[in-house]
Design a protein. Structure first.
Length: 207
């Protein structure tokens, strides 16, 4: 790891509040790359992805320049092998985009950047970062948050949680943990994170 420049990976299960924490990092001067939204952009703009998806699923995977979401979802959820085929097309391009974006951020004077991804480990994005921060929240808190946010049932939320990597596994693979339980101060934990990285909140070095 270059001690002067740090790439952080931000992850956490659904309802953990990783996007909220990412916004807190942004407020403290750290640019954050949203892998999910960037992947969606690349799927309709990157020629290599467009070519590969059409080769795999046919021209009908795009309608008026937009992804045919029902068709793509039907394919992905029909088997884990299908999901892996899509990931193998999209994820390398997202990695490349993040690394180019990170280099640009470093050139502009930042010494910490981050990538937010719910599937950081599953996608292999952890291979392109220096440290991983997991945003963690108790199971029931996560369920309640998603039910309220998405106006959905507890059963459906639990299904989505079970489809993701187990929290204990993520915890064991992460370098830092942010407890977003609504009790512990996120600001204080962010200060501790910066301290652990040898930085202060305005993205400068500690002396």
């Amino acid at each position: 790891m270059n001690c002067n420049l740090i790439k952080l990976g931000i992850t956490g299960g659904i309802g953990s509040g990783k996007s909220f924490f990412s916004n807190l990092l942004r407020a403290n001067g750290v640019p954050v790359f949203d892998s999910d939204s960037e992947a969606k952009k690349l799927m309709v703009s990157d020629e290599s992805i467009i070519f590969a998806l059409k080769a795999l699923l046919g021209d009908g995977v795009y309608v008026d320049g937009k992804i045919n979401k029902p068709m793509l979802a039907s394919y992905i959820f029909s088997s884990s092998d299908n999901a892996e085929k899509i990931n193998s097309i999209v994820h390398p391009c997202v990695k490349k985009a993040f690394l180019a974006w990170a280099d640009e951020c470093f050139r502009s004077g930042h010494n910490i950047v981050a990538i937010e991804s719910a599937i950081l480990f599953e996608s292999g994005f952890n291979d392109i970062v220096d440290k991983v921060v997991m945003v963690h929240a108790p199971f029931e808190v996560r369920v309640s948050r998603v039910m309220e946010r998405d106006n959905t049932s507890k059963e459906k939320v639990m299904e989505r949680i079970k489809s993701q990597m187990d929290d204990e596994r993520k915890l064991s693979l992460s370098d830092f943990v942010i407890e977003n339980d609504g009790v512990k101060s996120l600001e204080e934990q962010t200060d501790m994170l910066f301290s652990g990285l040898g930085r202060i909140k305005d993205n400068q070095y500690l002396v």
